[in-house]
Design a protein around this ligand. Structure first.
Ligand code: BGC
Length: 661
């Protein structure tokens, strides 16, 4: 154990100031004179994006690209997120990375956000639960995480200057809640303060949330790092409790020294930041596993398993899927040959290999004809490509059309301006469905798209951005080796205009008013009775499940009691499969304005045909509470609450009531 206080006392003021910004883009500053080492950070987080320092050009090392967060969130599978985290932690050890920069748990306010693919959900409970497991998984391997981006970073447009202007209740219930859970339950080694302002103050200088909420209220013990380049005021950042500014900002170290000398900044505040940096260095050094290796082929198989556990079956009329391996099948669309596996920007991984659906099908001995249908990069088609697609569709018994968003449509750095697919992709759907009535559409996109053609294909599989093995996972599902069990972690509105933030999403100048307040995603659609294309929590299976016997262990309780809930779920179909049991709490009309229902628990269960499992949930005070902006605290209103077991946010299957007195 290093005596951190002693070490700190040996540092000069200049050295202390220099510690609070990076050495370069990825490393923290070392102070060799007293033996302080550097910590190595790296993006992801759905793989390792580490530079190869043995090469002159420092090119990114290849690493396994796992499914992006939009995909893994659809698994609704805590254990899977844990396993993914563990694997990433092991890989970080092998690559010499101390802190993996993720997970990103920002709330999806609008389908337009260019980074939605990097985030889990529109629902803070789901995002918080999955984020917790991811962090626990990575950190179980002696590697740190960086929970990001703290907070309300829900758009890329003017991301460095815009202010997310949000009412206190939405801040607590929507934008902070996922962070709160992960911080309290998993203590990430670091939390990353976002680029944007919150109600006028830059996140990195926001003392109220960093020192106040994160540290004092939630008991956060780790380090706060700025997003890369998000610190505008080094002194203000230290006062707020942002310990480390990344990347290197050596020119402004001087400001800190001057501020301490002139009495504008207390040396104690600087010492607190340095202490947390030194603790991170110590933790990293103590946990490094020299000579650690990772098995890239095994990880590729894992990536395929994770994707297969996450893809969402949206439509399957007449049980067209699963296809038969002896069927003569046409795969149409350039994404069949080279899938879109991830999004652009800082999370971009240099994958080790790619399994396309075409290759996976051929490897499985399936007879497939292929037509590209469109240009992969531009998304555009020509008469020749269109005719080839129609020919291929006609020549086969079943057609599988791979479409989606080209890379240029969504990335860190910009937002989409509409929710449409490329026009050529829409045209292809109609052309292929006319040529072959047994058509399946496979979608690759990082965020919801409009589907004006939804009535035309018999089946639709949402494959999202499923990582380097996604083609294998698609084939596993199309041909029934895996029964689909993903559920949407976001609502798919019919049109962009239906989204609650539509009128003001990009804001006016640098002010972005979150006028929809707590009514984000399904909280809005369900309360407003606004029809959606597919609701939050939606997804089909090749089997059927039935829930019954919903039991509450009490019909009345005080707000401090715990409510035990149990429900039986049975596989009543003919295929083994997994169901996601979703529990929502539905408050009766009280004084506070509330969404009709909110997700408060979920469980993924695997059942053989005929098998039943009793799922148990335990609800405590917070599951019933809302944030009271007058008392600045969580409050539980007395009254009746529905405990609903739902297929998805729209379909209630069972309900019992409990009264809180
Ligand atoms: C992104 C972060 C990322 C960092 C380092 C920033 O631009 O917002 O998510 O971890 O760069 O690459």
């Amino acid at each position: 154990m290093t005596d951190i206080k002693k070490l700190l006392s040996e540092l000069t003021l200049e050295e202390k100031a220099s510690l609070t910004s990076g050495e370069d883009f990825w490393f923290t500053k070392a102070v060799e004179r007293v033996g302080i080492g550097a910590v190595r950070t790296s993006d992801g987080p759905h793989g390792i994006r580490a530079d190869d320092y043995s090469r002159e050009d420092h090119a990114t090392m290849p690493a396994v690209c796992f499914p992006a967060a939009v995909t893994t969130a659809s698994s609704f599978d805590r254990e899977m997120l844990r396993e993914l985290g563990e694997e990433l932690g092991r890989e970080c050890q092998a690559y010499g990375v101390d802190v993996l920069l993720g997970p990103g748990i920002n709330i999806k306010r609008s389908p337009l956000c260019g980074r939605n693919f990097e985030y889990f959900s529109e629902d803070p409970y789901l995002a918080g639960q999955l984020g917790e497991q991811f962090v626990k998984g990575v950190q179980s391997q002696g590697v740190g995480t960086s929970l990001k981006h703290f907070f309300a970073n829900s758009q890329e447009t003017r991301r460095f200057t815009s202010s997310s202007d949000i009412d206190e209740r939405a801040i607590r219930e929507i934008y902070l809640a996922a962070f709160e859970n992960v911080v309290k339950k998993a203590q990430p080694w670091t939390v990353m303060a976002s680029y944007n302002k919150i109600n006028g103050t830059h996140s990195t200088a926001n003392r109220c949330y960093i020192d106040g909420v994160l540290r004092r209220e939630w008991g956060y013990e780790g380090l706060v790092v700025s997003d890369w380049g998000a610190t505008h005021d080094r002194v203000g950042a230290i006062e707020a409790g942002t310990d480390l500014t990344m990347p290197a900002e050596k020119h402004s170290d001087r400001w800190i020294v001057d501020a301490v000398r002139s009495g504008r900044l207390s040396e104690k505040a600087l010492d607190c930041c340095c202490e947390r940096i030194l603790r991170l260095v110590e933790k990293a050094e103590q946990n490094r596993r020299k000579g650690a290796v990772c098995d890239k082929e095994a990880a590729h198989r894992l990536a395929r398993k994770f994707a297969a556990n996450s893809l969402v079956l949206l439509k399957n009329d007449g049980g067209l899927l699963p296809l038969n391996k002896t069927d003569k099948v046409a795969f149409i669309g350039a994404f069949a040959e080279r899938p879109r596996l991830q999004g652009g920007g800082s999370s971009h991984i240099r994958e080790t290999e790619i399994t396309s659906a075409l290759e996976a099908a051929r490897d499985a001995g399936i007879s497939v004809v292929y037509a590209a249908g469109y240009d992969r990069e531009s998304g555009e088609t020509t008469d020749v490509l269109l005719n080839e697609a129609v020919e291929a569709a006609r020549s086969a018994e079943k057609a599988v059309l791979f479409i989606g968003l080209p890379d240029s449509y969504e990335s860190e750095g910009w937002d989409r301006r509409h929710m449409r697919l490329p026009e050529a992709h829409n045209r292809l759907v109609s052309a292929v469905c006319t040529a072959n009535p047994n058509t399946v559409v496979v979608l690759h996109n990082g965020s919801p798209v409009e589907m004006p053609w939804i009535d035309e294909p018999k089946a639709v599989l949402e494959a999202y951005l499923g990582g380097q093995a996604v083609g294998g996972a698609v084939v596993d599902i199309l041909f029934g080796d895996v029964n689909p069990s993903g559920r949407l972690a976001e609502s798919f509105p019919k049109r962009l205009e239906d989204n609650p933030s539509y009128l003001w999403y990009f804001g006016e100048g640098d002010r972005v008013s979150y006028n929809e307040s707590i009514f984000v995603g399904y909280r809005y659609y369900e309360t407003k009775k606004q029809d959606v294309l597919f609701p939050f929590g939606y997804g089909l299976s090749y089997t059927e499940f039935e829930c019954s016997n919903l039991k509450l262990d009490r019909s009345g309780m005080t707000e401090d009691d715990v409510l035990n809930v149990s429900v039986d779920v049975k596989n009543v179909g003919k295929t083994a499969g997994k169901e996601v049991v979703q529990l929502y709490v539905a408050p009766e009309k009280g004084i506070a304005i509330r969404p009709v229902r909110e997700l408060k628990e979920f469980a993924k269960v695997e059942l053989k045909p005929g098998e039943t499992e009793t799922v148990k949930f335990c609800l405590s005070r917070r599951a019933f509470a809302h944030w009271n902006a007058e008392s600045h605290d969580w409050e539980v209103e007395r009254g009746q609450y529905g405990i609903q077991i739902c297929k998805n946010a729209h379909e209630v299957v069972l309900e019992e009531k409990v009264r809180i007195f």
